[in-house]
Design a protein around this ligand. Structure first.
Ligand SMILES: Cc1ncc(C[n+]2csc(CCOP(=O)(O)OP(=O)(O)O)c2C)c(N)n1
Ligand SMILES: [Mg+2]
Length: 645
């Protein structure tokens, strides 16, 4: 397709491709309806001013935007806005992750902006992350003037084409009169149904043109029905299955959080007494301290949740040995707002093998995608669970599941999350080089997170980088509320933690926001310390500094005999020094930083971090020898789960 035809309005379906094919009837938006409220006509303005006026109308209070030739006109308009705070990140990737942090913390769309070409391409990881984790994100990009599109103009990139596979929807605006409609639709699409990222690419000549904008009051998108509802027959069938089963489990995900269905889920669990496990995206969807919570499942999830879903097996010596079952797992799996991600299922045909699977999801393209469901239901999950609760109020369950609860209690007692100072720690370089053999002073990464949980009483918003620290953060900090753990789950993007913390802190200045980061991940967007300092955003960081790309190192230890393939981050010529010197780096940004090496110093230092009303970094030095347990190797089964240190 030539570049010139691309600028004609070209649209992707606002679904993940299959909503169109699935035959879902676009009930609410099938026919353009006469507007109830009249569109409002504004005074003559430039395209840039119209864009900003539209953002204000959507209630945007913050935009994370980095300027350049193709977007500076919009920045000029932003300087005149009294409603929108423009935060200048120090890298567009930081801006995109910050907008995502804002969105994940609030549930409202986060907005980021970049110039054309390199500015836009720097947004790509954030857009991909929002796509994988269903985060409402509006990415605005400046584009070269229309007359230059397709000419290889300076800083020209076909951003519409480049991002097609990772957006829920995208627009390349070709007419100034379209700006109000496009912005209204973009927010509607990003925030409704299964949320996701929307790109708006705006050529510079349109930013400069002038017209009287017509602001629509309604959205009409043919074929887009973001509110599918389960019917009562399907829901009754679920109740029938519950009545017939002996070992039911709920497996819930991010869909419960984005669908605001936590209250409904809790009522459902309390009425049915069905135990709950979640994905990492679903942490906090159901209180993790509740007696019926089995925390999260999957590759590094709790052993007891993995057993409860899959059954307990003898640990086999080789992947080729037969699986020997000790106790059966769930015979009914209620999968609500989840997508059977491979980090959850491992070998997918062995996942809950033999169990009846009910899958409720708002996005039909998720149904039967990774794992066939016995009862697939396309529905808004809040509606579906709410309606189930109504039915259960009229038709009380007779089942108690006492034996099943007893079995789960045995599993919980047998294999809680745990750690100890192992021989490997004692013999490690860390002990020799940094602690001079003082075993009692070693800080294990898990300890630091447990301490944070204790000192904050669990009342904090956590963000993370990607790696071992991310898994430990999710294991040792129990989330009782939705939107407490903001983490790059599906994409697994290192560098996510600190910018996301800035976004969350901007949204909730009075809440404690702490990024639990890895030394590798933190370094990837360390420039955002400048944003934090200049914009006075008091987000905190705890670096669990093991001087390594710990998660990759763990796989090296397990599968490559410990051969290091470029996973050491320290200075090989001077292993005794911690490298880089984060205190010096942070201080150069005018951000306070302390290094903690000994256990005796950790509590007081962490309290100082929590008490600070400015950005604050704690560089906690931990041994690199720790492995995240439990561990089910990729593509394997619960019979291959290592869970004891
Ligand atoms: C942008 C990006 N590059 C590479 C990876 C692959 N990767 C996954 S975890 C990891 C190590 C992360 O190290 P660190 O941030 O120090 O965390 P640790 O595992 O040591 O806690 C790497 C390199 C990734 N997830 N993201
Ligand atoms: Mg590390």
């Amino acid at each position: 397709m030539s570049k010139t035809t691309q600028i004609a309005e070209k649209r992707k379906s606002p679904s993940r491709g299959s909503e169109r094919a699935s035959g879902i009837l676009p009930e609410a938006h099938s026919q353009p309806k006469p507007s109830a409220k009249r569109a409002e006509v504004g005074p003559a303005m430039s395209g840039s001013e119209i864009l900003v006026a539209c953002l204000e109308r959507e209630g945007v209070d913050t935009i994370f935007a980095y300027p350049g030739g193709a977007s500076m006109e919009i920045h000029q308009a932003l300087t005149k806005s009294k409603k929108i705070r423009t935060v200048l990140p120090r890298h567009e990737q930081g801006g995109a992750f910050a907008a995502e942090g804002y969105a994940r913390a609030t549930g409202r769309a986060g907005v980021c902006m970049a110039t054309s070409g390199p500015g836009a391409t720097n947004l790509v990881s954030g857009i991909a992350d929002a796509y994988m984790d269903s985060v409402p994100l509006i990415s605005i990009t400046g584009q070269v003037p229309q007359a230059m599109i397709g000419k290889g103009a300076f800083q020209e990139t076909d951003f519409f084409g480049l991002t097609l596979p990772i957006v829920k929807h995208s627009y390349l605006i070709t007419d100034i009169n379209d700006i109000p409609r496009v912005v209204k639709e973009a927010f509607y699409i990003a925030q409704t149904g299964r949320p996701g990222p929307v790109v708006i690419d705006l050529p510079k000549n349109i930013q400069q043109e002038r017209t009287q904008p017509v602001f629509p009051t309604e959205v009409n998108i043919r074929g887009y029905n973001p509110f599918p509802k389960a019917d009562d027959i399907e829901l009754n069938e679920i109740i029938g299955l519950i009545e017939k089963c002996d070992r039911p489990m709920l497996y819930v995900g991010g869909g419960i959080i984005t669908g605001n269905a936590s209250a409904e889920l809790r009522e459902f669990v309390e009425a049915t007494q069905i135990p709950v496990t979640s994905t990492i995206m679903g942490c906090g969807a159901f209180p993790e301290t509740h007696p019926l919570s089995l925390r999260w499942l999957g590759m590094h999830g709790s052993a007891y949740a993995n057993w409860a879903v899959n059954g307990e097996f003898e640990l086999r010596a080789s992947f080729n040995d037969p699986m020997k079952k000790i106790a059966p797992g769930a015979d009914l799996l209620l999968a609500f707002g989840v997508r059977f991600d491979d980090r959850v299922t491992g070998k997918v045909d062995k996942f809950c093998e033999g169990g009846t699977i009910v899958h409720i999801d708002i996005d039909p393209s998720e149904i039967n995608k990774n794992k066939p469901a016995n009862l697939p239901i396309v529905s808004d999950v809040k509606y579906a669970i709410g309606r189930l609760n109504e039915m259960l109020r009229k038709r009380l369950l007779q089942k108690q599941f006492t034996k099943w609860h007893e079995q789960i209690d045995i599993w919980k007692k047998r294999a809680p999350f745990g750690y100890r100072v192992t021989d490997e720690v004692v013999k490690s370089h860390h002990m020799r080089d940094h602690l001079q053999g003082r075993e009692k002073e070693v800080i294990l990464p898990q300890m630091a997170i447990e301490m944070l949980y204790e000192l904050t009483k669990g009342d904090a918003i956590l963000t993370t980088g990607v790696g071992q620290h991310q898994m430990w953060a999710a294991q040792y900090f129990k989330c009782d509320r939705p939107r407490q753990l903001l983490t790059s789950a599906g994409l697994g993007a290192m560098g996510y933690g600190y910018p996301a913390a800035l976004g969350a802190k901007v949204a909730f200045p009075d809440k404690q926001v702490v990024d639990i980061d890895g030394d590798g991940s933190f370094l990837m967007n360390i420039q955002e310390l400048a944003t934090a300092h200049i914009e006075k955003i008091a987000a905190k960081v705890i670096i669990l500094n093991n001087q390594h790309l710990g998660m990759v190192m763990q796989w090296e230890d397990k599968f490559f005999g410990g051969n290091r393939g470029h996973t050491y981050l320290g200075d090989p010529d001077n292993r005794k020094e911690i490298y880089p010197n984060y205190i010096a780096v942070c201080n150069s940004f005018n951000v306070k930083c302390e290094r903690v090496m000994y256990r005796k110093d950790l509590r007081a230092a962490m309290q100082r971090l929590l008490d600070a009303n400015e950005p604050y970094v704690l560089d906690v030095i931990v041994p690199y020898t720790e492995h995240v347990l439990p561990f089910i190797p990729a593509g394997r089964t619960v019979a291959d789960m290592i869970w004891k240190a």
